[in-house]
Design a protein around this ligand. Structure first.
Ligand code: FE2
Length: 310
């Protein structure tokens, strides 16, 4: 999908097609999940492995952005980062080792660092009148990272590369047998939604809906787009919105209600498609040729390229 070729369309309409934004607001927002298949290349201009490699190579002094988790447990940051105040840094070789052993990498607030994601985040902020953060997730093995959980925000998931299995369980996890999950990353039975996301797919998960993501023993990359609870400077409206029963059942609480006004288009800020994910073979070791003191220890450690940890 080339957003630039259709300036009359909105980003949200493109993301959730064939559901219209109005239908999304009235039927899905804060109510029930929405799953939209898309063409494999429609998120190609958002982020590539190459760009991710470069971002990691430049932000290795920011452990706060890094989170590693495996089989439902966060990995102790001290095992892969020097977090003493005097020389805070990520130790690339240890990160790589954890990833090879099945950890999932999350990298927070990547929208602060990469222009296309910045524009996407700003578009969400314009539409939802709420601060928005985009986080990245990458995994290579078949172990789940985060445990079965629910979030206190609405979540949009855009699958960028590879495949990942997503399961939704509704608004209660009572009665789920997690034994197989804890021991072997086998999802509990009883999921209301069980699909494999492929590149170009979008999944919306309303807050409070229990969910689980399981890699499939291949490189997988996705971003989560999260409108936060606190409205931006416009201070529009935060209302108690009665919600009905959907596939995830009924919910209660304060929720943001999005406006139905037209929304901004972020296509002009995207790089041309031919500068995107097509060059996965570009390796992070390329960064190791730099002589700057900011040269990343990630560079040499990842060596063969972040996508290929095998
Ligand atoms: Fe989540």
């Amino acid at each position: 999908m080339d957003f630039r070729s259709d300036p009359g369309s909105s980003w949200l309409a493109a993301l959730i097609a064939p559901v219209s934004p109005d239908e999304f607001v009235s039927r899905y927002w804060a109510r029930q999940p929405l799953f939209c298949r898309g063409s494999a290349d429609r998120f190609a201009t958002l982020l590539s492995w190459t760009v991710l490699n470069e971002l990691l190579a430049h932000h290795w002094r920011e452990p706060r952005r890094f989170r590693l988790a495996r089989q439902g447990r966060d990995i102790d940051p001290a095992s892969y980062a020097d977090i003493a105040a005097s020389h805070v840094r990520i130790r690339a070789s240890d990160v790589t080792d954890q990833l090879r052993r099945g950890a999932t990498l999350s990298f927070d607030a990547i929208d602060e660092l990469h222009e296309p994601l910045t524009r996407l985040s700003e578009s969400f902020e314009t539409f939802f009148r709420s601060d928005t953060q985009i986080n990245l997730y990458a995994a290579w093995r078949a172990l789940h990272g985060l445990d079965l959980h629910r979030d206190n925000q609405e979540i949009f998931i855009a699958q960028l590369d590879g495949r990942k299995r997503w399961l939704l369980y509704g608004f209660t996890a009572d009665g789920l047998d997690r034994t197989g999950l804890r021991e072997h990353s086998l999802p509990p039975a009883g999921a209301e939604f069980d699909e494999i996301l492929t590149p170009g797919d979008l999944l919306y998960i309303p807050r409070g809906c229990y969910h689980l993501a399981v890699p499939m023993n291949e490189p997988t990359l996705h971003v989560t787009i999260v409108p936060m609870d606190e409205p931006s400077s416009q201070h529009w409206f935060s209302t108690v919105t009665p919600v009905g029963s959907g596939p995830c059942g009924s919910r209660r609480g304060l929720i943001l209600s999005p406006p139905t006004a037209s929304i901004t288009w972020w296509g002009p800020f995207l790089p041309p498609p031919d500068q995107s994910r097509s060059v996965f073979s570009l390796v992070i070791s390329r960064c190791s040729t730099r002589t700057s003191r900011k040269r990343s220890p990630l560079a040499g450690a990842f060596g063969i390229g972040l996508r290929s940890l095998y």
